[in-house]
Design a protein around this ligand. Structure first.
Ligand code: AMP
Length: 655
């Protein structure tokens, strides 16, 4: 039986090698499956004969809780970048000047992540990520799931370390993202991120499903084996049945340039993403003479290809409304492959971006994708413009709620002004109930979201119509918490007008403007009736803010909210007589431990009566209010002869 197990292991591994490394399958699938099943059965019966490189156990046992750190025997260095053929020529000429006979290998630069694989007496014992080049993470179990990594190599040195690039083939990447989309999970930005995420899965079963692959590009260490050149060592790895990167061996600069460009032109046809070409001195003795800097070898350079640019057609322009109401236009383009992914849309940022490039529906455009950046339209090919194409303008009504859209303060973005726009509603309500606004304790973001989901909250005013039944279901513990919340909502009806104005979430109307407006108008109806001119005349209210306020109250959605608030008895009055400006022109400083009121309450009162509260004592200070254990501020007040008030004296002034 042992012989049969040995034979099957060998046959199946050979078939794997032909399939995954040589990309030249010889064994039909059904034959492979049949033999694999036979091997599995035999291994079940005779576990003592299971071979270390059995193809049945690539997906190892348990998920890990974390990855162990591994210190690399030979550091995994980085590469110096060159960004143009001129820079590349400089790099080559410098070496050729001193060493005219130098030869170079040119290899594609795989866009994945670097790993080191370690073999002891031909057995794969450990694989680690690059990490910082010196210390990486042990991802052996995940690497074992990559079928092109041999588990056992014949005629291997006692110790062998090779370096390669793990990547996600374009096909696997597309499949993975399709699945992510189906399952409603976040998509991976590019194959590189997907490969990194997969290799760092703690559960090798997940890594196994991701279809990762590897290309080996270096011998890090081979005990007792010496090479003259890099190309010789790559050939050696090939003979050991590794999946080795393609390389060209060249001498002349122009041939090297050609090869670099050729690799780029063939990029589309490769199964993996590449982001450049790596040019390396071939002779190892010359490498030694050239040496390394702290970070990279002086004998190699990575030529980074410029980002891919392709033409496509803008089939539509759609507008999304974000949580803060900003309208973001997006071009839907005819699908095009770019930098390893299929691109179907591109960001258009805002109206200025569209207008500057005059991008129209139907236009043929040049589109670019660099790294993770969302694809962007560079320019329009006017010669291909359909005759009926018209300039694009962002909508004047919100595509979600229909409210008018309005330019931002700085004019860059268009915003929806809907006071209850569904795209913004969770943020609007969270703001409405927040501490400095209506201050409803216990109505946090998660609760707001679930009430919105249940259809119970469509506008901020709806909180005042929630019933015990509505909220009870939100907590496991039920009624007590629900009652507490309803009490808090009830209490918030008595908030001062200034807080209510702030809570409405009108653009540019912060807590301070809320106070100014409440004091000026005394009640909400007066504010609603104010003209833009009335508003502009108030100090602290600028022209743009005035128009935001005026427009807000003119909208249907806003008016519905106000009426619902009124119906439910929410306070619309400012609590302090507007005309009382007894503290006008005065500056107060509060110091020491106050026991009869909080600093915020005192500040609020001072401001309501037209005074100012300041943090430091100066000649301009009118009064210093001292609590217990007041320190340097009280001393300074005495030095400057500034009247000092006790808490009670201050309260008397408010009476
Ligand atoms: P960089 O990360 O830009 O410094 O580029 C260096 C990285 O390129 C290395 O860490 C390798 O992971 C990767 N790489 C991909 N293909 C090759 C290759 N053929 N030769 C050397 N490095 C490569």
């Amino acid at each position: 039986m042992k012989e049969r197990i040995l034979k099957l292991t060998k046959m199946l591994n050979e078939a794997n090698y032909q399939y995954y490394v040589l990309d030249d399958p010889k064994m039909p699938d059904f034959e492979y499956d049949r033999l694999l099943r036979e091997l599995e059965n035999l291994e079940g019966e005779y576990p003592q004969y299971v071979q270390p490189d059995t193809p049945t156990q690539r997906v190892g046992g348990q998920a890990l809780s974390k990855f162990e750190k591994v210190t690399h025997t030979v550091p995994l260095m980085s590469l110096q970048d060159v960004f143009s053929l001129e820079e590349l020529d400089d790099f080559l000429s410098k070496i050729l000047e001193s060493y005219p006979e130098a030869e170079f290998t040119v290899e594609p630069k795989i866009d994945g992540l670097s790993v080191a694989l370690e073999y002891e007496n031909g057995l794969f014992v450990r694989g680690a990520t690059r990490g910082d080049g010196v210390v990486g993470e042990d991802v052996t179990e995940n690497l074992k799931t990559i079928p092109s990594i041999p588990m056992v190599i014949e005629n291997a040195p006692a110790r062998l370390i090779v370096r390669g690039e793990v990547y996600m083939p374009k096909k696997s990447f597309e499949k993975l993202n399709e699945r992510q989309e189906r399952e409603g999970k976040a998509l991976f930005a590019n194959p590189r991120n997907a490969a990194a995420g997969s290799l760092r899965q703690l559960d090798p079963k997940i890594a196994a499903q991701r279809g990762l692959d590897i290309l080996i590009f270096n011998v890090q260490y081979a005990e007792g084996v010496s090479f003259d050149s890099h190309s010789e060592s790559l050939q050696y790895l090939k003979n050991l049945k590794f999946k080795v990167i393609d390389w060209a061996l060249l001498h002349q600069i122009d041939k090297i340039n050609d090869e670099v460009l050729r690799i780029n032109e063939n990029r589309e046809k490769l199964t993996c993403d590449i982001d450049g070409a790596v040019i390396k001195v071939n002779r190892l003795s010359l490498r030694e003479r050239l040496g390394n800097t702290a970070k990279f070898p002086r004998w190699a350079a990575a030529y980074k290809y410029p980002p891919e640019i392709k033409p496509t057609v803008v089939e539509d322009i759609v507008v999304q409304v974000g949580r803060t109401g900003v309208l973001t236009p997006k071009a839907v383009v005819k699908p095009v492959r770019l930098a390893g992914t299929t691109v179907t849309n591109a960001t258009l940022h805002n109206q200025d971006f569209i207008s500057e490039r005059d991008i129209r529906i139907g236009d043929t455009v040049l589109i670019r994708k660099a790294g993770e950046i969302i694809p962007e339209i560079l320019e329009v090919d006017i010669s291909k413009r359909p005759t009926d194409a018209v300039p694009y303008k962002l909508p004047s009504a919100c595509p979600v709620c229909g409210a008018p859209t309005q330019k931002d303060e700085d004019g860059a973005f268009l915003r929806c002004t809907g006071a209850a726009c569904p795209a913004q509603i969770s943020r609007i309500i969270e703001h409405f109930v927040s501490r400095d606004a209506m201050d409803v304790e216990g109505l946090g973001g998660a609760i707001v979201d679930s009430l919105i989901e249940k259809g119970l909250l469509k506008t901020p005013a709806d909180i005042y119509e929630l019933t015990l039944d509505d909220v009870k279901s939100l907590w496991q513990s039920g009624e007590t918490a629900a009652k507490k919340l309803l009490d808090a909502i009830e209490k918030s009806k008595q908030q001062d007008l200034s807080k209510l104005i702030f809570a409405l979430g009108i653009r540019q109307v912060g807590a301070k403007t809320g106070k100014v407006l409440a004091k000026h108008f005394g009640n909400l109806d007066n504010l609603m009736a104010a003209t833009e001119e009335d508003l502009t005349q108030i100090p602290d209210v600028g022209g743009i803010t005035a128009s935001f306020i005026y427009d807000w109250f003119r909208q249907e959605q806003s008016q519905a909210i106000i009426e619902k608030l009124r119906k439910n008895g929410v306070n619309f009055e400012s609590k302090v007589a507007v005309t009382d400006t007894r503290f006008a022109g005065m500056t107060f400083v509060l110091t020491g431990a106050l026991t009869k009121f909080t600093r915020e309450e005192a500040t609020e009162k001072i401001e309501l009566f037209g005074g100012k509260a300041s943090g430091s004592v100066s000649k301009k200070t009118t009064y210093v209010v001292v609590g217990e254990n007041a320190g340097s501020k009280e001393r300074k007040a005495r030095e400057l002869n500034i009247p000092i008030l006790s808490e009670d004296e201050f309260l008397n002034m408010l009476a």
